[in-house]
Design a protein around this ligand. Structure first.
Ligand code: 15L
Length: 275
């Protein structure tokens, strides 16, 4: 197998560190682009290097991309922010990374999308064409963003689609639910993505036979999940973990409310008012 050099934008963030914190694999190395320095234990590894810089800096993106075979694009503002900042980092930054990827002949592009791209869906919406055979919300449900942030993730998905369908690159946009070592709140139990499943999902997107572009839920095998697993299966991913083992910590949230939108907790900044 020829060497794979995976350029990881935003590698110092929570999801980036989860993906990098693994045993080194023969033939694989990771080049992180992030304005925040990686922890020493990662920088000490022979298979991990870092360019300290942002996706908003085309020169730094170009340096980090040099020789890369694959991209995992996590670098973004990860919660709601001003319109201007969201445009600069999440939209133009994503285009800058895509441009550099295509120039460098990158083969696989994994885009960290978010449940907030579809944050106005509630369990009761998983019906008809929006439901899979098990009654779960399909992976590629049309965007229903809950914030500027969620909108930027929906727009990012389509930008990745454009670059993949116009060229030879293959892409997977992962609608990440709640990716932390353990769920932080009760309402996030249905959409928790465990570290182990996150690693397996990205591995599948980078290694398996996949369509030119597809959208996939990034959610574990949670008993309370109402997100389809069919997209994951199409790329050879089967989640292993279940947030139910943490449910006892959040006794007030014992069921999934069919009327409660996925992204309700993210809607913090009113539209039509100065931020
Ligand atoms: C996201 O998209 C955020 O980036 C992350 O920080 C979490 O808040 C997550 O969604 C969530 O919905 O729990």
């Amino acid at each position: 197998m020829s060497a794979r050099i995976v350029m990881v934008t935003g590698g110092s963030g929570a999801v980036g560190r989860i993906l990098l914190d693994r045993e080194p694999r023969a033939g694989w190395s990771y080049r992180v682009l992030d304005p925040v320095r990686l922890p020493e234990h990662l920088l000490d590894r022979a298979d991990v290097s870092q360019i300290v810089g942002s996706v908003t800096d085309a020169e730094a993106v170009g340096r980090a991309m040099d020789g890369a075979t694959d991209v995992v694009h996590l670098g973004a503002l990860s919660v709601e922010n001003t319109w201007e900042s969201i445009l600069e980092v999440n939209i133009t930054g994503t285009r800058t990374v895509l441009e550099a990827a295509v120039r460098n002949g990158v083969g696989r592009f994994v885009f960290a999308s978010s449940n907030h791209a579809v944050g106005f869906y509630a369990p009761r919406d998983a019906v008809g064409d929006l439901a899979d055979a098990s009654g779960a919300l399909v992976d590629d449900a049309p965007a229903r963003p809950d914030t500027y942030y969620g909108w930027s993730k929906a727009a990012g998905e389509e930008l990745v689609r454009l670059y993949c369908e116009r060229g030879a690159m293959r892409g997977v946009a992962v609608r990440i639910g709640h990716c932390f070592p353990e769920p932080l709140t009760g309402p996030r139990l249905p959409v928790w993505l465990s570290p182990r499943d996150a690693v397996a999902l990205v591995d599948a997107a980078l290694e398996n036979d996949i369509a030119p572009f597809q959208i996939v839920w990034g959610v574990s095998a949670n008993r309370r999940s109402w997100c389809s697993r069919e997209g994951g299966r199409r790329i050879g991913f089967e989640p292993q973990d279940d947030s139910e083992i943490f449910a006892g910590r959040f006794p007030e949230h014992t069921t999934v409310d069919p009327t409660s939108p996925l992204g309700a907790h993210f809607v913090s900044v009113p539209l039509g008012e100065p931020m």
